[in-house]
Design a protein around this ligand. Structure first.
Ligand SMILES: Nc1ncnc2c1ncn2[C@@H]1O[C@H](COP(=O)(O)OP(=O)(O)OP(=O)(O)O)[C@@H](O)[C@H]1O
Ligand SMILES: [Mg+2]
Length: 404
């Protein structure tokens, strides 16, 4: 039988659970008209949380409402790609006299003459002029333009400002335009604190986080049952528990459990257990390992100090394990929260965001015989550069994305 799980990053799962509210907010923004805050939203989440999938869903909602969508990734040159390729493609499909094949929107004649023959002062099309034109052509059809930008990162702040300024103008002019960006929490923190771009600072922020256990169970059971197999109560409970609400793990476990005995109707507890152990290996290789190696040495020690605990860690314990003062520890705490590694869970306590990061760190500590002798004994606050998440050789694996 066909394996319905989608263990590949960016692949839309057959059953998308737990994102109803976020998607409804976006739909409301589209329907409410220009100026509604949800029309400019940034989706923030740790790796593997489902940001790319969410952007795809947002684009589908917009298309279902008759909007044109342009999807881009925030790698260098995206403003140029928009100007020289994506927007011209959209306009070619919209200009009167051309068959509109983009969303089936039929666009009538418009007053302004766009390609005005041989002009004395030739006009070069810009991002702004093309977006203006596209929104003009769509006006009156209850349609607009949505731009989605995945992997928003502060290393491209110049282009983000440029795109932001153009979208800001369009919004001020009352045009039907929407923007949905996605990125890692720390990258979005930096981007949204940019003093120059009001657009980015004012964007709505939606957290794409872990799913609850009910949504996780539904993701498994509906996916399995829709594809003609079954899963028992105990096996389902084990799969839900092991995924910890983490979308990446839900798909990994489901995919590998399904493959374990593909010819039986029911996925058994031992199929799930096998799936969990294979999925954990993938998680370590693809997500946890690169994340830990991207952290600075001191941030790694902070995380290693947390891994001693079975559950949430008290800041007082972390401080005594690291031999550092409260100011120092609290700066790393804030930094690791903003980078999406840890989250505050109660007063004075933090915990890991991703399942199995604790176990991964324990393995590293054991393998490298770390002990408190290696912990920083500094009592001053760390300098800013120490707080950066940088690539360090804790593992030799390289991250596949720009470093934070
Ligand atoms: N709501 C969901 N329910 C179940 N599975 C999901 C959900 N959202 C995403 N997934 C699955 O989780 C995995 C990660 O999704 P996605 O690639 O969108 O994450 P991401 O946040 O963009 O990760 P990255 O930061 O690495 O780009 C994929 O396998 C996807 O199929
Ligand atoms: Mg992604």
């Amino acid at each position: 039988m066909f394996n319905p799980f989608t263990p590949t990053l960016g692949a839309t799962p057959p059953v998308l659970t737990g994102r109803e509210e976020i998607l409804e907010d976006f739909r409301r923004g589209l329907l409410n008209g220009p100026g509604s805050p949800e029309r400019v939203t940034l989706y923030s989440g740790q790796r593997g949380m489902g940001k790319t999938v969410l952007l795809g869903e947002v684009a589908e909602i917009a298309e279902a409402e008759g909007w044109i969508t342009i999807t881009e990734t925030g790698y260098p040159g995206f403003t140029e790609r928009l100007t020289t390729n994506l927007l011209p493609t959209v306009l070619n499909g919209l200009e009167p006299g051309t068959a509109s094949h983009l969303t089936g929107v039929s666009v009538g004649p418009v007053a302004a003459n766009w390609s005005a023959g041989r002009a004395r002062y030739p006009v070069t099309e810009t991002l702004r002029s093309q977006l203006q034109r596209a929104t003009e052509l769509l006006a009156g059809h209850e349609s607009g333009v949505l731009i989605t930008l995945d992997e928003v990162h502060h290393s491209q702040i110049g282009e983000l400002r440029e795109l932001g300024a153009v979208i800001q103008h369009a919004i001020t002019e009352g045009r039907d335009i929407a923007f949905a960006g996605a990125g890692l929490p720390v990258a979005l923190d930096i981007v949204t604190s940019d003093a120059v771009s009001t657009f980015l600072r004012k964007a709505e922020r939606q957290e794409v986080g872990l799913l609850g256990s009910v949504d996780t169970a539904r993701a498994y059971s509906a996916t399995i049952e829709n594809s003609g197999r079954k899963i028992g109560r105990l096996a389902l409970a084990a799969a839900v528990d092991a995924a910890g609400g983490y979308p990446f793990m839900i798909q990994q476990i489901g995919y590998r459990a399904w493959l374990t005995s593909p010819d039986t109707v029911e996925i058994s507890l031992s199929d799930v257990e096998n799936g969990i152990s294979l999925a954990r290996r993938r998680l370590d290789q693809q997500i946890i390992g690169p994340l830990v190696s991207d952290a600075s040495p001191t941030a790694q020690r902070f995380l290693a100090a947390m891994s001693v605990d079975e559950g949430p860690s008290h800041m007082s314990d972390i401080m005594s394990r690291l031999g550092c003062n409260a100011n120092y520890a609290s700066q790393y705490r804030l930094h690791l929260i903003s980078a999406g590694y840890i989250a505050p869970v109660a007063r004075g306590q933090v915990d890991f965001v991703l399942p199995y990061m604790r176990e991964h760190l324990r393995g590293l500590v054991a393998a490298q015989s770390w002990d408190n002798a290696e912990a920083p004994t500094v009592t001053d606050a760390p300098v800013q550069s120490e707080l950066q998440v940088t690539h360090t050789p804790l593992t030799s694996r390289r991250s596949r994305r720009p470093r934070l």
